[in-house]
Ligand binder design. Structure first.
Ligand SMILES: [Zn+2]
Length: 330
């Protein structure tokens, strides 16, 4: 099989009348009046067949053969799997779709399975000093909006002493606990910061009718400390923002904003799952310390009777409120 056309020597625009010998299945041969050039088919670059445009066969040594599309050439192209431009695009489109689907699968899979697993591992690997420093940083940011506690030093010390007393009766926590008091217009609330710092607002102390009720809230926060919820969420968001910045190239202030992220996470409350875990921890330990978790249910009820706009962190999953009271009693 021979095709008629023109040949161009390497780096030359001088046209030679030529033939392309395609009788061999493994090699092609350009035959001009003066020269005969061979090249293995595998090393021949063939232009993509588009419409009726001439086909170019570029040899590895730079020789080029150009011929108009003929049925013969089409047959050779077909036999050598040089499919049409459209077909190529179809194949590419399929490959493209497949890679998009794979990418989405990897991203979703990472988000659903890898990220929580990694957050858990990293949160456990973060040195205590770093966790404590992070907690201090978050508190410093919050202090811009909060006022100092109006509780007397004696009242504060009494609560701290009581907590440290019952801490010796329960399973040791990953961090040493530091209870601090603040006042805020946001109403009755309490927070567990990374590194074992627990913030109790004066309004929460006032809302509690007795020590046991207040302790049920402090124990709920200790549940967040026990499960390292805050640190896990911080790590989770940080990995996420690093991941997003890697994907988008936007990396301004990923590390700097850690404390800011912490404040944001606190104001958004924990996930429903984390709240349940903290409730479960509080309930269990109320029974260990006081022999009953009734005060916890009472505290939840007390809060439900309050006409407050802000839903406190420990009741973040508002629709499940009755469920949580029920769970505290069961
Ligand atoms: Zn909570």
């Amino acid at each position: 099989m021979r095709f008629q056309g023109s040949a161009f020597p390497p780096n030359s625009s001088v046209r030679h009348a030529a033939e392309l010998d395609a009788s061999s299945s493994t090699s092609l041969c350009i035959v001009t009046e003066e020269e005969t050039v061979y090249c293995e088919v595998a090393w021949v670059e063939v232009s993509a067949p588009v419409g009726n445009l001439p086909i170019r066969f570029k040899f590895a040594d730079g020789w080029m053969f150009v011929a108009d599309r003929t049925p013969q050439i089409n047959e050779w192209l077909k036999r050598n799997k040089r499919s049409s431009f459209v077909e190529k695009m179809e194949t590419k489109r399929f490959a493209w779709l497949l890679s998009v689907v794979c990418c989405i699968g990897v991203i979703v899979g990472s988000y659903v399975y890898l990220l929580p697993w990694l957050s858990e591992k990293v949160a456990h690997a973060v040195p205590d000093t770093v966790a404590v420093a992070l907690g201090d940083k978050v508190l410093a940011s919050l202090d811009e909006h909060w006022a100092p506690s109006e509780l007397s030093t004696l009242d504060q010390e009494q609560i701290r002493t009581r907590v440290s007393h019952y801490l010796s009766q329960i399973e040791p926590l990953p961090y040493s606990v530091d209870i601090v008091f603040r006042s805020s217009e946001m109403g009755a609330n309490a927070f567990a910061l990374p590194g074992g710092k627990i913030v109790v607002l004066d309004q929460m102390v006032k809302l509690a009718a007795n020590e046991q009720q207040l302790d049920s809230i402090i124990l709920h926060e200790l549940g967040h400390v026990h499960h390292r919820h805050m640190l896990k969420r911080l790590v989770h968001s940080s990995i996420l923002s690093v991941g997003v910045s890697l994907l988008t190239g936007e990396n301004s202030g990923v590390i700097d904003n850690m404390a800011g992220v912490g404040v944001f996470l606190l104001s958004n409350g924990h996930s429903r799952e984390a709240e349940m875990e903290a409730d479960e921890y509080a309930k269990h330990n109320m029974r260990v310390i006081y022999g009953s978790s009734e005060a916890m249910a009472e505290m939840f009820e007390r809060f439900s009777q309050q006409e407050e706009f802000a839903i406190p962190e420990w009741l973040n999953s508002h629709p499940d409120f009755d469920e949580r009271i029920e769970a505290a009693r069961n």
